[in-house]
Design a protein around this ligand. Structure first.
Ligand code: NDP
Length: 253
């Protein structure tokens, strides 16, 4: 049997586009900036916040990076399919996908509505499928790729009031581990990042006096801290890490 080379393949990041979903704000915006700083032309997806997305694009470009806006709802199969077909017309491959778009609709389980259950699962799980599935075959032809999925500490250990969110975020871990096994021999890694409480709009209603005592580090994380981990996983240096769930949570789990 022919032995595979042991050294990671070096590719010029400026020739590999990176798609970040849900990148108009919060963690996704920080990830887009970090991947642009690493040299990738970035495709910034978002659903509604036009002005915020344009501001992220301005920051990326002011720092010398390249950024394209791609507005679509990741949960909408037809919209995602049409948008991704358009993105594939550019001949530069999409080698990095960060499935970051996510929503939380927290409620004690007896009060959880079917609409909220479905919205949360569709955004995280259908969103992962709608965006990733059409990009995988082109990625296998590139024989290099990085897929990074945003899970959550709630998907790892569960959380009161987050049955839907934790189900979605645990589901994405199963998808990550399985797809990692399918793609490893093509030099495509698939990992999940599971943040704890990160200071973004998503947690603006979380009462900090109750949350902080649960965090050994006694502080919230920053979007930039999560982005640094994602950028590392997207880098050539992380080529031997796949199928993993990396916690970034100040010691919560
Ligand atoms: P924010 O609520 O701050 O931002 C969410 C982003 O996702 C926005 O850019 C929003 O765009 C976009 N988005 C939401 N729904 C869709 C959709 N259907 N299609 C496309 N884009 C969409 O979230 P965070 O930055 O805090 O979270 C980012 C990810 O990290 C999420 O997956 C979240 O679950 C996860 N996470 C966050 C934690 C935290 O403490 N903040 C902890 C653990 C995990 P727009 O404004 O245009 O709607």
């Amino acid at each position: 049997m022919r032995r595979r080379r042991n050294s990671p393949r070096e590719l010029d990041p400026s020739s590999i586009r990176a798609l970040v979903t849900g990148a108009s704000r919060g963690i996704g915006a920080a990830v887009a900036e970090a991947l642009a700083a690493a040299g990738h032309p970035v495709i910034l997806n978002y659903r509604a916040s036009d002005e915020a997305a344009a501001e992220v694009a301005r920051r990326v470009e002011a720092a010398g990076g390249s950024c394209t806006l791609s507005k679509f709802d990741v949960a909408d199969a037809e919209a995602a399919s049409a948008a991704i077909a358009g993105l594939l017309e550019d001949e530069r491959p999409i080698g990095v996908i960060v499935n970051n778009a996510g929503i939380a609709r927290d409620a004690p389980f007896p009060a959880l509505t079917r609409e909220d259950w479905q919205a949360v699962l569709r955004t995280t799980l259908d969103g992962f499928f709608n965006v990733t599935q059409p990009l995988v075959m082109p990625m296998t032809r590139l024989r290099w790729g990085r897929i990074i999925n945003l899970s959550s500490v709630s998907g790892v250990i569960g959380n009161r009031g987050q049955v839907a969110y934790a189900a979605a975020k645990a589901g994405i871990i199963g998808a990550t581990r399985s797809l990692a096994r399918e793609l490893a021999k093509r030099d495509i890694t698939v990992n999940a990042v599971a943040p704890g409480l990160i200071e973004t709009d998503m947690i603006k209603d979380v009462p900090l006096e109750h949350a902080l005592p649960l965090i050994p580090a006694r502080r919230l994380g920053t979007a930039q801290e999560v982005a640094s981990l994602v950028a590392y996983l997207a880098s050539p240096a992380a080529g031997y890490i796949t199928g993993q769930v990396l916690g970034i949570n100040g010691g919560m789990a």
